[in-house]
Ligand binder design. Sequence first.
Ligand code: PLP
Length: 462
Amino acid sequence: NVSAQLEKQEIWHKDRDHFMHPWTDFSTFKESGSMVFRQADGVSLQDADGKRYLDGIGGLWCVNIGYGRDEIAEAVAAQIRDIPYFSTFGHHTTAPAARLAAKLADLAPGDLNHVFYGCGGSVANDTAVRMIHFYFNQLGKPSKKQIISRKDGYHGSTYMAMSITGVEVDHIGFDIERQLVHHISSPNPYRRPEGQSLEAFCDEKVQELEDKILERGPDNVAAFFAEPILGAGGVIVPPEGYHRKTLAVCRKYDVLYVSDEVVTAFGRLGHMFASEDEFGIVPDIITCAKGLTSGYLPLGATIFSDRIYEVISEPQADGAIFTHGFTYSGHPVSCAAGLKNIEIMERENLCDHVKDVGAYFEERLHELEDLQIVGDVRGRKFMMCLENVADKATRELIAPDAKVGNRIADECQKRGLIVRPLAHMNILSPTLILSREHVDFVVATLRESIEAATESLKADGY
Ligand code: PLP
């Protein structure tokens, strides 16, 4: 239809000329522009030409309950009509902000009973850093400021969150806070030395954390930031015991443990929070965002312990309080979306569904290991990654300019599936409502697409 085509053209041009997209290679953008999506429903999206795609990346690891949920639209509209916004600083609140905080305190492990809201994951991590600095200052330990995190860890794009981030390419041309943040190596079992046992690999990584704390001095180290499974660094599942052992090291030196659950919370691994239920640890702080509203509206939260609350909520002799906040902290409309999202997840037993169909997804994806270039299939439930290599025995990479991740993603897209390219890898983080039939479609499409990409690599001399 002519008017739909004209609208597509109009959006394509305005987007290309004026909208600076996040994480985008603009060298190719000028010619190819963007795919315009116009509608989404359940597990899939429709582009401006009416072609449907199964969304294999859940928006961006976030549309956990799937698209097109009228109940969220209604809760949001009702909240806008009731009261769209009022600041929550000082002694003001709204029902959704208070109710969601209580709900998160109930769901979070241990004594993590207090919630500070922001607009996303980066801000949740920045908040955690300021909170930790204030906490140790209150305790008379102002030198305890340094942060340890890991290579391949991703914690966000604000200055502080990006400093904590350990994905190497993200630091090109960006001066990290070198005095404040120190990266230890990635706990990536696939890249461990030939012949090393998983147990020895785990102990080595844990020892590295302890060594780093000792090198910087326990009086200077405030916190360890870690995603339970490293997401944007390539879905890296640390070896068994790593979480418990790193927490024990932190406890030994009074270093706070921040579990960045921006991706892993709200069902992606079959639990509301993965720290305790999947990995057996109760951290001091959990940061979350994304699945908190299933991406329907922006919202992030820093959930912290009674112990931290008691210290940071006490004013000092000089009257100092924790002066931290955002205009949109506790935004009632986002909180209403979050509450309804959690209600839907609980009512539909989405975590049980993930334990069942997510396990099937994981199992079926492993079948792709027989393909020539698939070196590693890793992850858990609906958080998965395929690492493509030139040589499976040596784990040697395919030349970066071959853009194998993009080739596979493009082949998938032709066949109606969206997957994320990440350098030589492909990431899968679909909506959590996938059925077994959807899983079968994803796996069959990936197989065909990887085979086609392998042929194109050969044709291009790689
Ligand atoms: N932490 C993790 C583990 C993430 O994956 C992300 C985003 O992908 C963030 C933090 C940053 O969240 P946001 O993009 O909402 O600021």
